[in-house]
Design a binder for this molecule. Structure first.
Ligand code: PGA
Length: 248
């Protein structure tokens, strides 16, 4: 049984004061549900979210990490540093990091392994550009990402990972994939994971859709059988909208 997971990806938004304001409002609105809710926030907001959501079952995560444990890597944050903050999840391979910061599948894979070695669960993002979609190369592209990103990860660890399918053309554009398009790609990802790990393991992996998810389209997205949750960007910055999405 996969429990739905709705995650908010704040990206590079909200300083500490804005984080406090969000959490205070969100606390008023939030009541525990069967849906698992996760906030993936800037490093500088992790402590504040953790403190102000105490007593609820809201989980807190990061959006990036470096794979080395420590060393002269100015500006980077390690897995043990996140572990010390009780971070439960961390995004790896978001298309913005792949695009702006040149993260390859090899780096994504190293980061996922480093996280898993400390018990932090990676949210591994995959998805095709508009160019690839228009050339109908999305299936091949996403399958290759899954193969490379999960390379050398054991079945036991893979079962704990989250995959977020985020077509780049749908991120922050207001142009959502249709529930059918999203569902098809999430099925394809599950099939690839079945090939790699077998059905028992693949059945446990949460597969989310991300890209312009909002209160108006979450129900149709969640109705697709292979979609277990959503990775929400813009709409997760507003406590009312994010709560409406969790309560879809
Ligand atoms: P969006 O972002 O919901 O603003 O499209 C999704 C994401 O990038 O995770």
């Amino acid at each position: 049984m996969r429990i739905p997971l709705i995650a908010g990806n704040w990206k590079m938004y909200k300083d500490v004061k804005e984080t406090e304001e969000f959490c205070l409002k969100f606390r008023e609105l939030y009541h525990d549900t069967d849906i698992r809710a996760l906030l993936l926030v800037p490093f500088t907001s992790i402590e504040t979210v953790r403190r102000l959501t105490e007593g609820t079952n809201i989980m807190v995560g990061a959006q990036n990490v470096y794979f080395e444990r420590e060393g002269a890597y100015t500006g980077e944050i390690s897995v043990p540093m996140l572990k010390a903050l009780n971070v439960e999840y961390c995004i790896v391979g978001h298309s913005e990091r792949r695009g702006y910061f040149h993260e390859t599948d090899e780096i994504v894979n190293k980061k996922a392994k480093a996280l898993l070695s400390e018990g932090i669960l990676p949210v591994i993002c995959v998805g095709e550009s508009l160019e690839i979609r228009e050339a109908e190369g999305q299936n091949e592209h996403v399958k290759n990402q899954i193969r490379a990103d999960f390379s050398g990860i054991s079945a036991e660890d893979a079962a704990k990972c989250v995959v977020a399918y985020e077509p780049i053309w749908a991120i922050g554009t207001g142009r959502t994939a249709t529930p059918e398009q999203a569902g098809e790609m999430c099925s394809l990802i599950r099939e690839e994971l079945i090939e790699m790990y077998g059905e028992d393991t693949a059945d446990q992996i949460i597969i989310q859709y991300g890209g312009s998810v909002k209160p108006e389209n979450i129900t149709d997205i969640m109705n697709m059988p292979e979609i277990d949750g959503a990775l929400v960007g813009g709409a997760s910055l507003d406590p009312v909208k994010f709560m409406d999405i969790i309560n879809f």
